[in-house]
Ligand binder design. Structure first.
Ligand code: CP
Length: 315
């Protein structure tokens, strides 16, 4: 594995998830692999889980870690080629990324979408600007369109908790008070489509994901119908892809409640977190024994670690 940017960098999703589960049994077994190597984690946006779990994963492998909140702790970065930098930007990506690359053996980047410029977001403009200017492997810690570390975690968590080889997994849209990116849902969809899962997506009309990501998923607009016989409910809000970055209509009744969970096959509940309680998901669902959200978050460490381990073996 050279870079870890999306599911396209993974030959076998199920095998990688299994390797992450095995690594969990002895997280310090490969501590010599990252000795004298440094991971620089660049955050253009807030994070709790990704920031801590990826740092911990690197440290489990013996790596040094440096976290930089880009634009807050460092100079404001300019990305445009040929820019006349007489405004707020102070450092061009050409120098900035190249310099970071001198200090790092692996770079992790979090760069959310604008939710304004669809073309730019879906071209992964910022991520690609970094890739053009660094010399070391890059790990995507959530970009404009995908969140592969989260999706690997999700598959791993499903495999740990499923009682059947091919469970029914339902990705359901849930309400929110502000427009959120599509990346977690895009990514979850492409990972589920590449794995041995009966995969259903349910959302109100107007919230269709890009077909590039939803692919062969069964899309059902009736949430109650979609929940029937589900083994896993994965809730997430996302803003509209077609009416880009917008919230369409009032769909507060799409909140995940215990009543809705009763329609399922005693399904486990999943969410990448953070979640707004009693807006997206009711307390009684998050606090139930079927909620996997904390175990899911804990697995972020091992998903990141198997990715870093595979990259370290190539450098
Ligand atoms: N799920 C997730 O990526 O969480 P953070 O945004 O807190 O990193």
């Amino acid at each position: 594995m050279k870079n870890f940017l999306s599911v396209k960098d993974v030959v076998n999703t199920e095998l990688l998830a299994q390797q992450a589960i095995e690594l969990k049994q002895n997280r310090f077994a490969f501590k010599q692999l990252g000795e004298n190597k440094t991971m620089v984690l660049l955050f253009l946006n807030s994070s709790l889980r990704t920031r801590i779990s990826t740092q911990k994963a690197a440290q489990n492998l013996g790596m040094n870690t440096i976290i930089l909140n880009l634009n807050q702790d460092s100079w404001q970065m300019e990305y445009e080629d040929g820019a006349i930098m007489n405004g707020s930007t102070v450092e061009h990506i050409k120098e900035g990324a190249a310099v970071i690359s001198e200090y790092a053996d692996i770079i992790g980047i979090r760069a959310f979408p604008t939710l304004i410029d669809k073309e730019k977001d879906y071209s992964e403009y910022v991520l690609h600007k970094f890739l053009e200017n660094v010399k070391v492997p890059v790990v995507n810690m959530e970009s404009a369109t995908v969140h592969p570390l989260q999706s690997l975690t999700d598959l791993m968590t499903i495999r740990e908790h499923t009682t059947k080889p091919k469970p029914k997994v339902v990705l359901t849209w849930a309400p929110h008070i502000k427009p959120l990116p599509q990346c977690v849902s895009n990514s979850f969809a492409e990972w589920m489509n590449k794995s041995d899962i009966e995969f259903v997506i349910t959302h109100p009309e107007g919230y269709e994901l890009s077909e590039h990501f939803s692919g062969k998923a069964n899309i059902i607009y009736n949430q109650e119908e979609a929940f029937e016989n589900a083994d896993f409910i994965y809730a997430k809000n996302w803003s509209s892809y077609t009416d880009y970055g917008q919230i369409i209509g009032n769909h507060t009744d799409w909140k995940i409640t215990d009543k809705m969970m009763q329609l399922t096959n005693n399904a486990k509940f999943m969410h990448c977190l953070p979640t707004r309680r009693n807006i997206e998901v009711a307390d009684d669902v998050l606090d139930s024994n079927n909620s996997l959200v904390i175990k899911q978050a804990a697995n972020r460490e091992f998903a990141a670690q198997i990715v870093l381990k595979n990259i370290l073996k190539t450098i």
